[in-house]
Structure formats: structure tokens, C-alpha cells
Design a protein around this ligand. Structure first.
Ligand SMILES: [Fe+2]
Length: 472
């Protein structure tokens, strides 16, 4: 190599080194934005002002669906103190505040896990257990299709700012927002969920309630994560009833501290499975998280009886772990067992859809029978509100998995280990939610994904509620 070529060679080497350094710096900076949850226990800098109040606040007030969403609602909150008497004061928005009715809370002593100092942003921090209380109030005898205003407070102590919610109407037309797996452990993780929650409420402002398919937080025992979750969720859930499905992360025994489910009796509350009707749809909510195993016989018996009693209604099952999917979870031992348990029941009782989370991935099946085989169906593409949706009419069940609404997007390859009858399956490049509309004749599911802080319609499909005519 002569001198001239040597100089050119050195210039090229130096330029390449500069580009590499710039890329490393850019990647490093980009890494400080929202991204996949890092499994390493890496603490992050969080300004003191970003930390939720640890004690005596109202940051985790949760309004969940009652046994009948037309006439009831349940409110839960926590006090990291003991010996307090709590209450909910509520009145019809159209009436005078002076008509407010006060209901004392049912109080349960509980211990809450709070990260020890300096470990708030760790994935698995050391938790100190602090004694506190769970407060529960069951509002009943409400009027359908009515807006109520309420406050939560302590006798002789503070009360939260006024909040509101609306009871369900008698209409068979309604809509809801579906989210799943918002789990995270840092403020920055939950910022991703908060951003999506705000965009979802903007995109679909007329929805009636929210269904969370479970795994709200990374570690259910960590009270700090619940505070972050609720603070972020407010953008979507303010003024709405929420349906909580137990996820394996939040687990039933910890979810219980933060929500009421639809139960107003302790036994049903602890079991984690319940059902409710909205319009002419019957929703059966399962608890798939009694350890990594199949569903107990008692829950299956309850499900059969519950679906049997819902004759004449459109039936939907909500469950965190997806029994019918082709993701990396599809051959997990408990999924294999749950698949064998749920599919025959879904067929027997004519369940139209089984909605799930857990996989952090989008999946919807073709209509299938109790053995996982594709059934005959009619498929049409129809334009609904300017969007083209694949509509299915069949006597089978469609299995649907909503992607993660938070920071944790899985990138495991789609597996062929289980031959699911797949209509569409995809990894997601960002947090997603679904907007589901229901009328007397059909259910339509619109799934939106957030990429580069912009919502994109990712998928639209629907199910006609009438049965397919034999011979067609
Ligand atoms: Fe999960």
C-alpha cells in the first residue's frame, strides 16, 4: 500500500469508527425512551416528584362492574394506614349534591408490599410489608343509564376530588375498550400505557366500559406498581366501569386488594370468576391463575351452569390465558390442559367468542368447534364506518387474543407447535387496544396499534350473532 492509499485507508477507518460511535450513542439515547421491559434489574433515575404518594392517598381508587351494571357498581381503594373508617358519598349528577348518600366501606386489614428506599424502579425490588386496609363499597339500587358523581373519603379525614360514572342502559347497542397486559415496573414503562390510554379515549370517545384482560402490573405484590398503573389508566377509565380479569402477574389474591370484580359476596370475590350481562350479551369471566395448572373442577362446573342459565343471550368468555392460540405459550402444559377443558364447553353452550390476553401478540382464529376444528362459515367483507371488516357467520367459536397495551411486546417467533385454525396472527410493533361494538345483530372488533405515537387501525373483523342456516 503506497502512502496515498494508506491515507485513504486511514480516513475510511476513522470515518467508519465515527459512524459506529454515533450509532452507539443514538441507540443509547433511544434506549432511554419507551422500549421493551429490560429483564435486568437496572434502576433508573426517577425524580422524586414522579413517585406516587406512598401513604393515605386515593391513587388506586377502582370502580369495577357490579353484578348488574345497570343498577350497581363496586368501588375499592387502599389506605396504607390502619384504623380508618372510609366511605363513598354519591348522588345523581342531575340532582343536587345535597342529595348525596353516604355508604360506609367494608374494611379488610391487609399488608402492602412497598419497595424499600432506592428500589422503586427495580423489576424485583425488596419489598417491605406495611400494614394497611382495603376499603370496599358496593353501590346498589342505582338507576340505569344514569350518571353518578361520587367521592371517596375517611371520616374526619381527607376525601378525593369528585369522580363520576354512568350505569348501563337497557339498550342492546353498546361498545367497550379492550386492553391487556399493561404490565411494567417503572414510571417510564407505565408512561407507554398512559399514552395509549389517552389515545384510545381520544380515538373512541363514546365507549361504555373498559375490559382489562389481566396482568395490569409486572408484580402484583408491589403496591407502587399498582399506583403507577392506576395513575396511567385514569386517562381511559375515568368515568367508566371497569371489568378486571385476573392475570398471572397480578394474581387473584393481589388483584383482590385493588378491585372488586363483579362480585358482592366474598366467596365469589375470592374465587376470581364471575359473570355479568351488558345489553343482550352475557360475559363469563374466568380465573386462569390458580397456579400453572388446569382449571379446577369447581370453576368448570360453575361455568357450565352459568352459560346454561344464559339461554337466549350472546355468550362471551373472558380469560387471561388463551386456550386456543399459536404463540409461544400454546404448548405450555397448563394451556394444553385448559384448551381441552374450555373448547368443548364453548361449543356445547354456543359461545360466540373467547377473548384473551397473556400472549402480548395479536391472534384471531377462524370459527372452530369443541375439538379445535374449523367449522363451516360464511365470510364477507363489509364496509363499516369507512373500514372494511371481515365478518363471519357460523355456529363455531372465535378465539381472540388482544396484544399488550403496555411496553412489553413479545418478539418470539410464531410457532407451528399447535396447528391453530388461524384467521390472523401477528407480533405487534407497539401497544395496542381494541374497540368493540355490539348491536342486536353483530359484534365488530377494531384493533388499533400505536406506532411512532400514532394510532393505526391494525385489524377489523366481526361476528354475526345469528346461527348459520343448515345446508348453506
Ligand atoms: Fe400473563
Amino acid at each position: 500500500m503506497n502512502k496515498k492509499n494508506l491515507i485513504i485507508f486511514l480516513i475510511v477507518v476513522l470515518a467508519a469508527a465515527a459512524v459506529a460511535a454515533a450509532v452507539i450513542i443514538a441507540v443509547s439515547i433511544a434506549g432511554k425512551g419507551p422500549g421493551p421491559v429490560d429483564p435486568a434489574e437496572t434502576p433508573e433515575e426517577t425524580a422524586e416528584s414522579e413517585l406516587p404518594e406512598r401513604f393515605g392517598d386515593f391513587s388506586s381508587v377502582s370502580l369495577t362492574i357490579g353484578n348488574d351494571p345497570r343498577t350497581s357498581a363496586n368501588i375499592t381503594w387502599q389506605a396504607i394506614e390502619t384504623g380508618l373508617s372510609g366511605y363513598v358519598s354519591y348522588y345523581e349528577k342531575s340532582a343536587d349534591a345535597g342529595s348525596a348518600v353516604k355508604v360506609e366501606s367494608v374494611v379488610e386489614d391487609e399488608k402492602f408490599g412497598v419497595p424499600v428506599d432506592g428500589q422503586y424502579e427495580f423489576k424485583n425490588p425488596q419489598l417491605e410489608e406495611i400494614p394497611g386496609q382495603v376499603h370496599r363499597v358496593y353501590l346498589t339500587d342505582l338507576k340505569p343509564d344514569t350518571e353518578y358523581v361520587y367521592t371517596v373519603g375517611y371520616e374526619g379525614g381527607p376525601a378525593c376530588a369528585e369522580r363520576s360514572f354512568r350505569t348501563a342502559s337497557e339498550s342492546t347497542e353498546f361498545s367497550f375498550i379492550l386492553v391487556a397486559d399493561t404490565q411494567g415496573f417503572t414510571k417510564r414503562n407505565f408512561d407507554v400505557w398512559e399514552n395509549l390510554a389517552g389515545l384510545a379515549a381520544e380515538q373512541c370517545p363514546d365507549f361504555d366500559f373498559v375490559i382489562h384482560m389481566g396482568d395490569a402490573v409486572e408484580e402484583g405484590k408491589n403496591h407502587y406498581q399498582w399506583q403507577l398503573y392506576f395513575n396511567a389508566a385514569e386517562k381511559l377509565t375515568a368515568g367508566k366501569q371497569v371489568v378486571d380479569v385476573a392475570g398471572n402477574r397480578d394474581k387473584r389474591h393481589t388483584l383482590l386488594r385493588y378491585t372488586n370484580g363483579a362480585a358482592d359476596n366474598r366467596a365469589a370475590l375470592v374465587s376470581g370468576y364471575y359473570s355479568f350481562d351488558w345489553g343482550n350479551v352475557h360475559f363469563a369471566v374466568l380465573n386462569t391463575n390458580d397456579g400453572d395448572k388446569d382449571l379446577p373442577k369447581s370453576q368448570l362446573k360453575w361455568l357450565s351452569n352459568d352459560l346454561s342459565a344464559a339461554e337466549g343471550k350472546t355468550k362471551i368468555i373472558l380469560m387471561h390465558k388463551a386456550p386456543y392460540t399459536n404463540t409461544n405459550h400454546c404448548m405450555d402444559s397448563e394451556i394444553v390442559q385448559i384448551r381441552a377443558q374450555i373448547l368443548p364447553i364453548a361449543e356445547q353452550y354456543g359461545v360466540k367468542a373467547v377473548i384473551c390476553g397473556h400472549d402480548h401478540y395479536f391472534f384471531r382464529s377462524l370459527p372452530i368447534d369443541g375439538e379445535g376444528n374449523e367449522v363451516s362459515y360464511e365470510k364477507t367483507s363489509v364496509s363499516i364506518g369507512g373500514t372494511t371488516a371481515d365478518m363471519f357467520r357460523s355456529n363455531g367459536t372465535v378465539y381472540f387474543v388482544n396484544g399488550s397495551a403496555g411496553v412489553k411486546q413479545h418478539d418470539d417467533p410464531i410457532t407451528n407447535a399447535f396447528p391453530a385454525k388461524t384467521a390472523k396472527a401477528s407480533l405487534m410493533k407497539g401497544p395496542s387496544f381494541s374497540y368493540v361494538t355490539v348491536d342486536a345483530g353483530k359484534i365488530v372488533v377494531y384493533t388499533y396499534v400505536c406506532e411512532n405515537n400514532t394510532l393505526k387501525l391494525f385489524d377489523a373483523f366481526g361476528i354475526y350473532l345469528d346461527a348459520i342456516q343448515s345446508g348453506s
